[in-house]
Design a protein around this ligand. Structure first.
Ligand code: AMP
Length: 285
């Protein structure tokens, strides 16, 4: 059954009120739409854990640092609703712009530390936009659990920090990255790649896996990163913004995975910025 699409906060609150009075648990899955199997895996996890599930779709202008990227971002509300119809979603919340940023809106949520590095360096203001809209969506939906993808690992860390720091009573849960058969991490931005671009982009994952395996074998990161950058350039990634090994908790740079660690990459293919990350097994002393 297709879930109702609500566009006004008052309507969402009315629905939410009946659930809370009935003692039901509520989950939220924030998205920007153009839904794929990665998003749907989050929705499935939410449905399995909670009585009620709200999927939000909002292309948040404040988290785009590039006007063309915002203009070109795919908007497929009708198809998204059809994809969600197969799952046990209760409400699709597609807020009108003024429900998030009403006239005179002046508040910004800014996280430091984990938000300052990686995408924080290359996409100025991006995480302020993310933290602000996610804080609002947490408060508007009143959910007890929120589901995010590890695909955007830094975003997951920023959102966890924000919810803890602001005492928002919500548990933020990170779910595994869903990949195409080729290994390419699913992303709404993949829609803008040509078939050849998709094939070349799929080279990223095996390169990351090889580096992770050699790190676990005891090699240090710097020479592996140099080698990987050369391979990625040969595959057609023309601008590799970062290819880093960092600890999971604080996203500090590492040369060896001596703590829970991630390999995190941002690189451009045919004018599209792709990000990916994988876990690296910890080296035991
Ligand atoms: P987006 O619509 O791209 O803002 O993503 C909405 C949510 O879906 C975020 O929590 C993302 O991390 C998550 N997500 C996006 N792609 C994937 C994927 N391939 N696997 C798992 N989660 C994903």
């Amino acid at each position: 059954m297709t879930a109702p699409i609500l566009r006004r906060l008052n309507d969402l609150r009315a629905e939410h009120g009946t659930w809370i009075r009935a003692g039901e648990s509520v989950a939220v899955v924030p998205t920007m739409g153009a839904l794929h199997a990665g998003h749907l895996s989050l929705v499935e996890a939410a449905c399995a854990a909670c009585d009620r599930v709200i999927v939000t779709i909002f292309v948040n202008p404040r988290q785009f640092n590039n006007a063309a990227d915002l203009a070109n971002y795919p908007r497929t509300e009708h198809e998204d609703a059809i994809k969600l119809a197969g799952l046990d979603v209760d409400v699709i919340y597609v807020p009108d712009g003024d429900q998030i940023y009403p006239d005179g809106y002046a508040t910004n949520v800014s996280v430091s530390g984990v938000a300052d590095v990686l995408d924080g360096e290359f996409r100025h203001g991006h995480f302020d936009g993310v933290a602000t809209v996610v804080a609002k969506l947490f408060l508007q939906t009143g959910a007890q659990k929120a589901y995010f993808g590890q695909k955007d690992f830094q975003q997951l860390m920023v959102v966890k920090r924000m919810a803890r720091d602001l005492d928002i009573p919500i548990e933020v849960i990170g779910c595994a990255t869903v990949r195409e058969a080729s290994g390419l991490a699913m992303s709404s931005r993949n829609l803008r790649l040509s078939p050849e671009g998709l094939e070349r982009a799929a080279k990223l994952y095996p390169v990351m896996q090889q580096v992770a395996a050699r790190l676990v074998g005891g090699e240090s990161f710097a020479p592996l990163a140099d080698e990987a950058r050369i391979k990625l350039q040969a595959a057609g990634f023309n601008d590799i913004e970062y290819f880093d090994l960092r600890c999971e908790e604080h996203l500090q740079l590492l040369d060896r995975p001596t703590r829970p660690a991630r390999l995190l990459v941002a690189a451009w293919m045919d004018g599209i910025r792709l990000i990916d990350n994988i876990e690296v097994d910890e080296l035991k002393a």
